[in-house]
Design a protein around this ligand. Structure first.
Ligand SMILES: NC(=O)c1ccc[n+]([C@@H]2O[C@H](COP(=O)([O-])OP(=O)(O)OC[C@H]3O[C@@H](n4cnc5c(N)ncnc54)[C@H](OP(=O)(O)O)[C@@H]3O)[C@@H](O)[C@H]2O)c1
Length: 223
């Protein structure tokens, strides 16, 4: 049995990963700002409420609440997509800052805050997006989200180098185009399918492939 912490676990892909890990017999720590009926209905799950991943006081509080717990898998899943366009950039700067805070900085800050709970053999996962790939950007647009996910990809590679000597592997995973609130329930797959694929990729994550950027379907993605 592993202990798996997931941020943004009250809905979407995070909720589905929480359900599937718990059903497979693992101890899940679901971290979120507020709960949901679906999250509350998962038997045996540990829910840590009131945690905004952009707030240092909340991250310190979370680390205190978890003192003495060892994490096998830390999944930085919480994310935000707000549409932005070139024409409206001056009106949209706050959306850029917010996406940078949540998508780019928060995975680093959460990992730093919880570093003491990780050990050799633990894994840190960042749910990123192929929209953060510069090489794969064939359609443009979505400036803020793309920048924020490209940024977290860079952060993840540095984190992989930083944590390798401690025996901790870091994986950057794109979940696919998933029907959640973020995509207004459009997409190619449902959250349960995305979660199942992500969990398979997390199983495969180790020090030999640390720092890699992969699609949940197993494809390596270009930077
Ligand atoms: N859906 C897709 O097609 C797709 C594609 C590529 C990548 N992704 C990535 O996959 C991850 C999950 O996305 P999703 O589709 O499941 O999105 P979602 O349904 O919109 O869920 C987003 C989750 O992030 C949480 N969150 C946002 N800001 C937060 C904050 N400041 N503090 C704590 N939690 C916060 C939300 O909590 P609240 O309920 O409190 O807002 C919610 O639990 C994201 O990182 C996203 O960028 C998704």
């Amino acid at each position: 049995m592993s202990t798996v912490l997931i941020t943004g676990a009250n809905r979407g892909i995070g909720l589905e990963m929480a359900k599937q890990y718990q059903a497979a017999g693992h101890q899940v720590i679901a971290v979120c700002r507020q709960s949901s009926d679906e999250l509350q209905s998962i038997q045996g799950i540990r829910v840590e409420l009131g945690i905004d991943v952009t707030q240092v006081a909340d991250l310190i509080d979370l680390a205190h609440r978890l003192e003495g717990t060892q994490l096998d898998v830390l999944i930085n899943n919480a994310g935000l997509l707000v549409g932005t366009s070139l024409e409206d950039i001056e009106q949209e700067l706050e959306a850029y800052r917010r996406q940078f805070e949540i998508n780019t900085l928060a995975p680093l800050r959460v990992t730093a805050a919880l570093l003491g709970l990780l050990k050799a053999g633990s894994k840190v996962v960042i749910i990123t997006s192929r929209m953060g790939s510069v090489a794969d950007n064939t359609s443009g647009g979505q400036f803020a989200y793309r920048i924020s996910k490209a940024g977290v990809n860079s952060a993840g590679v540095s984190l992989a180098h930083e944590l390798k000597p401690k025996g901790i592997a870091v994986g950057l995973l794109h979940p696919g185009y998933v029907r959640t609130g973020m995509t207004k329930h459009t997409g190619h797959i449902d959250p349960d399918e995305a979660a199942a694929q992500l969990i398979e990729r997390i199983e495969e994550l180790d020090l030999a492939n640390t720092g890699s950027f992969r699609h949940a379907n197993g494809e390596p993605l270009p930077w």
